[in-house]
Ligand binder design. Structure first.
Ligand SMILES: [Zn+2]
Ligand SMILES: [Zn+2]
Length: 202
């Protein structure tokens, strides 16, 4: 079955994200599943672990109610379109992994064009082709049955809740820094950028 989110909801999420794109579409489909199977997170009822920091995460934040600020959105920098949802109440959990072979040829072509776009060497026809491909892949993502888009796998353990808020002052820049993010360097307590700076100068 194609996406069951209302056009109004999709519009709101697109406005939140800033543009309509294939990444947002895959995030919407993951969020759609989470809303149906897990419900929306009031306070911190749902915890989502995302393995990408790309467009799709915005759909999770807008719809599922998991945000960095609340601490129930956790980013693992694995570069995968994978989303794990945990429900605290009963421990229900699942990891959704986007199919790697999705829209194979179009996706490869999209990748090539986006690389060229980065180098700013797209001619007008290629620009048009890129826009068409993005629209096409987004549309296919929204109309494909869920099972074609994702594989559901077992979730890893629920990440620990503890976020230690104790703050220390960096002895180099004088800025308050969460204790767990400070480093020791030659008997001094430093924040991460100051520590990196000192290391560079060694
Ligand atoms: Zn996007
Ligand atoms: Zn510092």
């Amino acid at each position: 079955m194609s996406c069951t989110l209302s056009p109004e909801t999709i519009k709101q999420v697109t406005e939140f994200h800033g543009h309509w794109c294939p990444g947002l579409a895959i995030g919407l489909r993951a969020a759609e599943w989470a809303l149906r199977e897990m419900g929306r997170s009031g306070d911190e009822e749902i915890v989502t672990v995302v393995e990408t920091d790309m467009c799709g995460v915005d759909a999770i934040q807008a719809l599922v109610g998991c945000t960095f600020g609340k601490g129930n959105l956790i980013h693992l920098d694995y570069g995968k379109n994978a989303f794990t949802f945990h429900r605290r109440r009963d421990g229900k959990a699942a990891r959704l992994v986007a199919s790697s072979c999705l829209f194979g040829e179009s996706r490869q072509e999209l990748g090539r064009l986006m690389a060229k776009q980065k180098q700013q060497v797209l001619n007008p026809e290629e620009q048009q082709r890129l826009a068409d491909l993005r629209a096409e892949i987004s549309h296919q993502t929204m109309s494909a049955p869920f099972e074609e888009l994702f594989t559901i796998k077992a979730a890893g353990p629920l990440p620990a809740k503890a976020r230690i808020m104790n703050s220390l002052t960096c002895e180099e820049c004088g800025e308050g820094t969460m204790e767990s993010r400070t480093r020791r360097f030659q008997e001094k307590t430093l924040c991460i950028p100051c520590f990196a700076d000192r290391e560079r100068r060694l």
